[in-house]
Structure formats: C-alpha cells, structure tokens
Write a protein that binds this ligand. Structure first.
Ligand SMILES: Nc1ncnc2c1ncn2[C@@H]1O[C@H](COP(=O)(O)OP(=O)(O)OP(=O)(O)O)[C@@H](O)[C@H]1O
Length: 665
C-alpha cells in the first residue's frame, strides 16, 4: 500500500514497462532509460543532419545508424486497447461500476453473508467509504493520466514530425551518399589512371634519376678534379701571396733603401760639389807640390848618390874594423840557471829538503839555491864586457881549501842576464859582412845544454840576416858523418850528398840539396833527442848555406858527450858519442892548424878529416870571416867542462885566419 502513494507523474508513459515486471519500483527506473534511449538517436540524427558535408564513409555509417535510431525513436502508437491486463489503467476513461463490482473480492461478499447483519452493515459502510476514497483517487489518477496522454500525444506528434524530418534527411543523405559513391568511383578511375601515370612517371623518373646519378657521379668526379685543381691553385695562390708579401717587404726595404740612397746621393752631390771645389784647390796645391816634389826628387837622387858613396865607404870601414878585430872572433855567453837545473826536492819543498812542506819555495830560497848551484864566476870588465873569471876550489895536501882562478878574455862576454837582442846586436855586425859579399861562418860551440841552439835559433834573429841575404837557402845537418837534407821529402833522405868547393870563386856547394825559404820547416825536421844533460839536445851539426855567403853552424854538445851518452843511451850510443867527439876534435884540429898556419904559413889544414870541417873549409879559410860563440853552463857541476871549452875557445881566439876576401859574383 505504501508503494501506491509514490508520485504518479513519474509512471505516466510507461506502457512498455507495464509488460515487464512485478514491482512499481522497477517501472520507475525503466522509464527514464527508455526516454533517454529514444531521445538520443534523434539528437544524433539531428546532429548528422546538420553535418551533411561528411565524407562518403561517414555518410554510410550515418545511414546505417540512422534507420536504427529512427526505429528506436519511432513513436509507438498508444496501445491502450491491446493490453488487457492494463486496460483499466491504460485508458483515460473512468472505471465503470461493473468493473468496480467485478473487482470486489468474492471472499468479502461471502463473509458478509455468513456473519451478523449489524456488524456487517458497519463493515460495509467503512468499506464503501474506503472504496469511495479509492474511486476518488482513481478519478484523479485518471485525470492525470488524461493530461499525460494529451501531452504524450503532443510529444508523439512532435516526434513524428522529427521522424519525417529525419527521413527526409536520410533520403537526402542517401542521395548524397549515392552521389558520393559515384564520385568515389569516378575518382577511383581517375586515381587508377593517375596511378598508372604515376607509375610511368616513377619509371621515367627512376630512369632520369639513374641518368642524373651518373651525371652526378661524373659531376662529382669533375668537382673532385676541380677541387683538387682549386687546392693546387690555392696552394699556388698562398705561395704567390707569400712571394708577393716578401716582394712587398723587399720593395718596402728597397724603397727605404732608395730613400736613404736618394738622401745619401743628395748629400754626396753636395759633398761632390764641395769636393770639386776642394779638388780645384788641391789641383793647384798638387801642381805646387809636384814642383816641390820634383825638386825634392832631384835632391833625393843627389842624396842617394851620396848615400851609396857613404855606404861603400861604410863597408870599407866596416871591413877594416872587422879585419882589425881579426877574422876569427870568439864570443862567450853564459846561460842563466834554469828551473830545470834546480833539483826537484828543492823545487817542491822550497829548498828545505828535510821538510815535507808542500809550500812552493820563496824567491829568496830559490835565489839561495841558485847561488849554491852556480859556479864561482865573475865578469870583471864592466865597461867592454870582454872578460870572464872562474874559480875552482880543491883541497890541498894539508887538507886546506885551495882556490884557483882562471881568467879568459874574448871579443865579447855575455852574462847570464844578457838578452837575445844584445847578442844579436853584436852578431849582426858580422852577419852584415855576408851582405857585403864575404863568406861568413858563425858556429856555436859548447857542452850539451849550454845554450847553443838557443843562441843560434832563439828569436830567429840571426836568420833574419840570412833572409835578407837571399830568399832561398839550403838546410842540412851532419849526423854521424852523413849529410841529411833538412828540406828533403823524408826525415832521413837516402840521397848521397857531396861537398863541392870551387877554388876559383871560393864558393861551396852540396849536391842534391833542396832550396827553400823558411827556416822553420828545416828546424822541425832536425834530429833532436833528449839527453840526460839537456831536455832538448841536438846531436847534429846544423848548417845553412847560401852561395857560400853565410854559414850558421849549431854544433852538437862538446865535452859533455861522454857524460850524456855514457849513461843515457844504450846500444849504439857509444858509436854516436865517439863520432861526435871526433867531429869536435877535428874542428879543434882545423882551428889549431889554422892558428899555426898563421905563424908558419905552409901548415897543412886537415879539413878533410870530417864532413863538418870539409864543408866549412871556405868559411874557415883565410878568405872568410868566422865567429865562434862559446856557450857556457853556469852550474858548478859543469865547471870542468866550462874550463875545457874556455881553453879551446882561447885557442881559437888566438888563431889568425888572414885577410878575408870579398866574393864578387
Ligand atoms: N840565454 C838563455 N836564456 C834562457 N834560457 C836559455 C839560454 N840559453 C839556453 N837556454 C835554455 O837552456 C836549454 C838548453 O839550451 P840549448 O838547447 O840551446 O842547448 P844546446 O847547447 O843547444 O844543447 P845541445 O848541445 O844538447 O843541443 C834550453 O831549454 C834553452 O831554452
């Protein structure tokens, strides 16, 4: 009963629902759904109708859905009469009495008959009231239903109009669809044709592309070649640019130089103008000077003539002086004490041999040691420097020290402190004679290490005269009675050299000797050997000859040969020693014979006894000027040797060679 009091308007158009099931609640639910379903397609159709420009496919779909929608939304005709079970509620007419009667329950009627009449009457009255109420309600329901029906009819009408409209739309759309299909077909045909054409075009294009690709490859190659060429061109260009830039800089440089030159040129032109003016002045001066010069030249010629006459006079006088001095002269030179003369312990410990002090010796200590080492000698002639005195000390038989003095006098005595220049000063006087055309022989004599070579070669001063004499010279050494060409190709040349004298001219010649200009080349090849006595000892007799003008003789060590060779050399030493000593003796013999000849006049001179004396024959004869330089060691240990040398030199000094003759060529 409570369900019958639900709001009635909501069940007004539920005729299809009436068939379905039992409860009114279900009816209420179904109605809105159906309404919505039936309304939705209509809305859709309306939208579809409003969009007729859709594609053919869309249109087809729309046409498929449209009829369904139409079907669904087709308004149903009222089925009031057809549904018997709902006819009472489906119609709007009020229910009839018969129906009301028929609807009275049978049980109610039977019960009233069976019970009491009072209670039944009451009961019937309330039932009637109820029934009246129901009828009242029913009549209001009927009214509402009638209103609903009218509204539904109106709605149905509207729906029908919509359906008609939709159908029209549908027809229009169908036509449109057909048209579209036709269009589609024609378009498809066109498409096929277009596709064929496209295929053709594709093939054509493919062919064209192939050709183009080939062309492209060709062009690529060309491009590569062109690129390569371009690169080369760029490189060339870079090089050209560099060249251009360097040329530009050169150009700039040159331009600057040109500017400088131009300015210099201008200044030079100015100078030139000034110089021209000066030249004019100078020309005048020159003319004056030329005149003066000519005058001076005349005077010079006059003076030259005078000088030549004076020179001739000088030579005569010089020769006279030399002759007055004697044609054989002797110089004596004492060398200084050398550091090598000082014993090594003294050199290291400074003279205090007992001390191991590494300190070098003081100057005073060294002077003291030197004094101790030096022989007792003096040079008394302080003015002319012609004397030397030596003292020897010995023990007397009584055991007392006995001192003996020895005085010697020579043409010149040089003290240890004498310089090479001083010695040369004196020697050059004689050497000058060779320039004047005399045969000159200068030989150094003395014991080993006494300074012969030093005097003859030191500073090459003597040889300067030789160079003045003649540009060429011969250099030889006599070693073991064999002549060795010092300018030859080998150290000891194999050639046999002979000495040739020309009695007519008084000249001497050695066969197969090499001529040369330099003394140094000869000196380097000289046979020099270290001996026990001397660090640098020449054992050869060294001679230079030049057309018999000047002979410079550096003799081998004299008396000390015994000492130096005796302990210093092994096999063969004795042979050398004997020969050297023999040479000295032969020279002494010749000089002694020359001295005696001076006294006797017909004395035989043994020149041929040695190579050296034979070579020097013309220089040692009465026709030449001879100088013997006696070199002495200052050491006390060499005193005896020094005395022997001094005695030999005195013998030579006392020798008279006669008058020298001038060699004319
Ligand atoms: N006046 C001097 N002043 C300084 N040193 C000298 C002097 N004389 C000689 N000497 C030195 O003494 C050493 C020996 O001299 P040099 O070689 O001239 O002797 P030498 O007589 O030619 O010897 P040898 O006969 O053995 O050839 C050399 O070292 C030389 O320099």
């Amino acid at each position: 009963m409570s369900q019958s009091r639900l709001p009635l308007p909501r069940i007004r158009s539920s005729s299809p629902v009436q068939n379905s099931a039992p409860g009114p609640s279900m009816k209420r639910k179904a109605i809105p759904e159906e309404d919505e379903e039936s309304e939705q397609p209509v809305k859709k159709l309306a939208r579809g109708h409003l969009q007729p420009s859709r594609t053919a496919t869309n249109l087809t779909r729309s046409s498929n859905t449209a009829p369904k929608s139409v079907t669904n939304t087709k308004p149903r005709a009222p089925t009031l009469g057809s549904n018997k079970s709902t006819s009472a509620r489906g119609t709007s007419a009020p229910p009839t009495n018969s129906a009301r009667t028929a609807s009275k329950p049978a049980a109610t009627r039977g019960g009233r008959t069976a019970s009491g009449s009072g209670r039944l009457g009451t009961q019937r009255a309330s039932d009637d009231r109820c029934l009246d109420d129901v009828y009242t309600k029913l009549s209001s329901i009927d009214e509402a239903r009638a209103a609903d029906t009218a509204r539904l009819a109106a709605e149905m009408e509207a729906e029908r109009a919509k359906v008609v409209e939709l159908q029209e739309n549908h027809h229009a759309l169908s036509r449109q669809l057909a048209l579209s299909k036709e269009q589609e077909l024609s378009q498809r045909a066109e498409l096929t044709i277009a596709s064929d054409e496209l295929d053709k075009l594709r093939r054509k294009h493919a062919q064209e592309i192939t050709e183009l690709e080939m062309d492209l490859q060709k062009k690529d190659r060309v491009v590569r070649e062109v690129n390569e060429e371009l690169r080369n061109c760029r490189n060339d260009l870079d090089r050209e640019r560099e060249t251009v830039s360097s040329l530009k800089s050169t150009l700039n440089h040159e331009a600057n130089a040109q500017l400088t030159l131009t300015s210099e040129n201008r200044s030079l032109q100015t100078q030139n103008t000034a110089l021209h003016a000066k030249t004019d002045t100078d020309s005048r001066t020159i003319a004056e000077l030329t005149l003066k010069l000519e005058t001076a030249q005349y005077q010079v010629d006059e003076l030259r003539k005078e000088a030549m006459e004076n020179e001739s006079m000088r030579r005569k006088l010089h020769n006279m002086v030399q002759e007055l001095k004697g044609n054989i002269r002797v110089f004596c030179r004492v060398r200084p004490v050398l550091p090598s003369d000082v014993p090594s312990p003294v050199r290291i410990s400074g003279g205090r041999s007992e001390s191991n002090s590494p300190e070098p010796p003081s100057t005073e200590e060294l002077a003291l040691v030197r004094q101790e080492l030096t022989a007792d000698m003096a040079f008394p002639d302080r003015r002319d420097h012609k004397e030397i005195t030596l003292w020897s000390s010995s023990e007397s038989a009584t055991g007392q020290e006995r001192k003996e003095s020895y005085n010697f006098s020579f043409d010149k005595v040089f003290e240890p402190e004498s310089s090479q220049a001083e010695v040369f000063e004196e020697i050059s006087m004689l050497a000058q004679s060779s320039v004047d055309g005399y045969n000159v022989c200068i030989f150094a004599y003395g014991q080993t290490g006494s300074g012969k070579s030093f005097t003859m070669e030191g500073g090459s001063q003597v040889f300067r005269v030789a160079e003045d004499l003649q540009s060429k010279g011969q250099f030889l050494e006599i070693y073991n009675e064999t002549i060795n060409d010092l300018l030859g190709k080998h150290e000891f040349d194999k050639k046999k050299h002979d000495i040739k004298h020309d009695p007519k001219t008084g000249s001497t010649r050695v066969t197969d000797l090499t001529y040369a200009t330099l003394l140094s080349s000869a000196q380097s090849r000289r046979s020099v050997a270290a001996t026990l006595m001397n660090e640098r000892s020449s054992r050869s007799h060294f001679c230079e000859t030049c057309e018999g003008c000047l002979n410079l003789v550096d003799l081998a060590g004299s008396e000390r040969i015994n000492v130096s060779f005796g302990s210093g050399f092994g096999t063969g030493g004795g042979n050398d020693k004997d020969r050297l000593k023999e040479t000295q003796m032969r020279l002494g013999d010749v000089i002694a014979a020359l001295g005696e000849k001076g006294e006797k006049g017909d004395k035989h001179i043994p020149y041929r006894n040695s190579k050296l004396t034979y070579l020097l024959q013309n220089s040692l004869s009465g026709n030449s000027k001879t100088l013997m330089v006696l070199n002495l060691s200052p050491l006390a240990t060499h005193l005896n040797e020094s005395l022997t040398s001094l005695r030999f030199a005195t013998k030579v000094n006392n020798t008279t060679l006669g008058t020298a003759k001038k060699q004319t060529r």
